[in-house]
Design a protein around this ligand. Structure first.
Ligand code: SAM
Length: 234
């Protein structure tokens, strides 16, 4: 292993670091969250393979979401219990949060891996039940439609029916389980949907502005559902 000091301050936008980027095969890092959009654009511009940590909120950014929709980037296959992503830490690290099978792990709330490296988890389809069985055995009531989208509300990922042909709104946690062979991501229902979604997609979604939707959030019974992803079976 060889190393040397940088000439400049290490700003990723500097010519010196851009040159290093261009020489690299893969970039693995924890970039400054405040510059997440710029850093991602820098990776894409360099046509690099990458695995980076970001804040889950970055998923909704208008610069990030279209890349996820188009399967150009996706979430990593990290240890994810649905609430947190767990990062393995060195054995001598004191501030770890749990130990499993002799390995120490810590989490940083609200963070997740973003990558364009393929992995096996994203090719495992979710096991799902039929709409009829979900209603009969779990929810005991039919699925409800949003007031401002031509889509039904799915409150939990495991309640996605396997035989519904229309558009479904699912929680953001879906993206950690998404297999592109199983579902098409149409768009997101969030505060920037009206401004950022192409017109033909808004039409496909049957979007009708609602006075309380803050620019495109999915409305159900007068209340906005936080961060929904709009999907359809393939
Ligand atoms: C989330 S921290 C991660 C630090 C380190 N990779 C780690 O895992 O401990 C982000 C780092 O990016 C650095 N940073 C901020 N702006 C930068 C820029 N324009 N170019 C390069 N690095 C930057 C910060 O100083 C900080 O050390």
């Amino acid at each position: 292993l060889e190393w040397s000091y940088l000439e400049g301050d290490g700003d990723f936008m500097s010519d010196e670091v851009i040159k290093l980027r261009d020489e690299s095969d893969i970039i693995i890092t924890n970039p400054p969250f405040s510059l997440f959009r710029e850093f991602l654009a820098w990776l894409i511009e360099g046509k690099k393979k990458f695995v980076i940590i970001g804040n889950m909120n970055s998923i909704n950014y208008k610069e990030v979401f279209p890349l996820i929709k188009n399967n150009e980037i996706w979430l990593g296959a990290g240890k994810n219990d649905g609430r947190n992503v767990w990062y393995q830490v060195p054995d001598d690290y004191k501030d770890f949060h749990k130990e499993e099978n002799g390995k120490k792990y810590a989490f940083v709330a609200g963070t997740i891996w973003f990558t364009n490296l393929d992995h096996g988890r994203r090719h495992q389809p979710l096991p799902l039940m039929s709409e009829k069985d979900i209603i009969k055995f779990v929810t005991k009531k039919p699925f409800e439609s949003y007031e401002n989208y031509n889509a039904i509300e799915i409150p939990k990922v495991k309640l996605i029916p396997d035989d519904y042909d229309g558009i479904m709104g699912v929680p953001i946690s879906f993206l950690s389980k998404h297999a592109p062979e199983q579902f098409e991501i149409i768009w997101q229902a969030s505060g920037n949907t009206k401004a950022s979604a192409p017109k033909e997609i808004l039409k496909e979604l049957g979007y009708k502005a609602h006075p309380k939707d803050k620019g495109g959030g999915a409305m159900l019974n007068g209340k906005m559902k936080f961060g929904r992803i709009l999907i359809r079976h393939k």
